[in-house]
Ligand binder design. Structure first.
Ligand code: FES
Length: 163
């Protein structure tokens, strides 16, 4: 491997810093090739176990929920890996799901999803799992950022709108 020059190193560092500063650090959506926005959705110091926080991502028409669980979760962030976020739209027919007692529940046909296991459906009519957000935790500030989505948000052919 060829050694990297000081100039190349600085150019790479500048590009990374620009991506972070301008909110461009999100994952690339495989369907569109577009980059997900990196959006601050909360601060871990303000979260309480079992108390959900609503937000929207990647745009204002996509409701989501951030929650700190009482257990480690797949895809969880924070020191205990227990902070997760999911789309709030049920993958069955798009009804809102709500967090209660360690699970997400759909009020239309009572599908239930396990937030500690990637949003796995364990009861009801939904045949797909709840779409899980990819999070990043900045341990210095406590900020939590959404930077992508695993799975498709209900009703979309792509999570990122094609302009
Ligand atoms: S819309 Fe959620 S289970 Fe049918």
């Amino acid at each position: 491997m060829a050694p990297i020059s000081r100039r190349q190193f600085l150019q790479g560092s500048s590009a990374s810093m620009a991506l972070a500063l301008f909110g461009l650090a999100g994952r690339v959506d495989a369907a569109t090739g577009k980059r997900y926005p990196s959006v601050k959705i909360g601060n871990i110091r303000e979260l309480k176990v079992g108390e959900p926080v609503p937000f929207t991502y990647p745009d204002s028409s996509s409701p989501c929920t951030l929650v700190m669980l009482d257990q480690t979760a797949i895809g969880g962030v924070g020191n205990l890996k227990n902070v997760v976020a999911f789309s709030s739209l049920c993958p069955h027919m798009g009804c809102p799901v709500s967090y209660s007692k360690g699970r997400f529940v759909c009020g239309c046909h009572y599908s239930m999803f396990d937030p500690s296991k990637n949003g796995q459906t364990y009861q009801g009519l939904a045949s797909q799992w709840l779409a899980q957000l990819i999070l990043r935790h900045d341990s210095a500030s406590g900020n939590i950022y959404a930077e992508g989505i695993e799975g498709l948000v209900y009703g979309r052919i792509s999570n990122l709108k094609v302009s």
